[in-house]
Design a protein around this ligand. Sequence first.
Ligand code: HAM
Length: 424
Amino acid sequence: MSAPLQAIRGMNDVLPEEAALWLAFERTVENWLERWGYRNIRMPLVEQTALFRRAIGEATDIVEKEMYSWRDELNGEDLTLRPEGTASCVRAAIEHNLLYDGPKRLWYAGPMYRHERPQKGRYRQFHQYGAEALGYPGPDVDAELIVMCARLWHELGLEGIRLELNTIGSPEERARYRADLVQHLEANAARLDADATRRLHTNPLRVLDSKNPMVQEVVARAPDMKQYLGEASLAHFEGLKKLLAAAGVGYRINPKLVRGLDYYNLTVFEWISDRLGAQGTVCGGGRYDGLFEQIGGKPAPAIGFAMGCERLVALVALSGCLASPRRPDAYVVHQGEGTLEVAFALSDALRAAGFAVVQHAGGGSFKSQMKKADSSGAALALILGEDELRAAEVTVKPLRDGRPQWREPHAALAERFPQLLRVR
Ligand code: HAM
């Protein structure tokens, strides 16, 4: 026998126990998105590599070393498995002229792919929910997106997720800041590590969030971005902060927060939990007013965020707050000539009436079927033997509440079923 094949490193199966929690999480999130007026959009998992290069930026970790890219030899296209959703969402908005009649609030969900070093909370295939408000200059919608997240954490029963906020100004302001930052870093070149030295000329802003204490010490003395902001950028930030305060959403301003994608301007933010270890950022986002133009569209202001489902589901599991998965209402046990067909009909009728019914499959003794009924978590076993069949009845056996069993006629069973479930 050959060795069994395994899943690819960093790409996980979600087994039924855990998947039940995912489903509860997804239902809550999708309901919340729709209630805030965001509409679903679905984009392909594969895009032209050029889209991500142009949108995310050549000098980012994602584009430099984390993309799953290949050449499709059949038609000579360079393709990439999407590492994030914003670029595709904006591409789709441009391609289908979605903003022709005004701004749009959109959401998407699904797997993203980044060839990172896997560890707890960091995977090569991971899932995001993303929300993008396209065509809105803000800062009202900036506040909306952030407050929305705060309300979701509450709905999910999650506490202690803190908000870090920053503004990185306009591209012009950032260019001036960047020039001074590079000068400062060059003057301290001896204290930079290999990573910071490499980034010094490609993406110096990323040096700001270096984790190396020696580099951090250089960064602490670096020029302050705030000094480079013009009136409009400052007013945008002040407007946002005022709305957050009015909504009672607390935050910490982190002047070193720059995010790992190049399309941002003005508002950037991250939501962070301390309960997840090193990979504690559960949601990140910001404004990207230049992106439409950058990938060939008419200019349009926009802002959005994406949250990491693996990390949030892990938090939800820790908090134990989301409802447990739905257990079957009934497990149908059947044995004897002619009982299977009737079992099918009864199960069918109950499901059509909205009840969760598992019908035993695969044969086996009455005793083993009853064992399965019990371990299914069902409230009732509906037993159909030859005896019951002759009388056009089923035996109803409560499995959870100690009531004695009794018989019920087949006719109109679905209508009487709510009473059968109830403890008498
Ligand atoms: P991002 O910060 O790269 O932003 O990812 C957003 C979230 O996805 C992270 O905060 C994290 O929770 C999760 N995440 C990222 N990488 C991984 C990974 N390797 N394993 C597990 N979870 C991960 C974006 O993707 C932007 N598109 C967000 C955005 C939307 N900005 C504006 N609109």
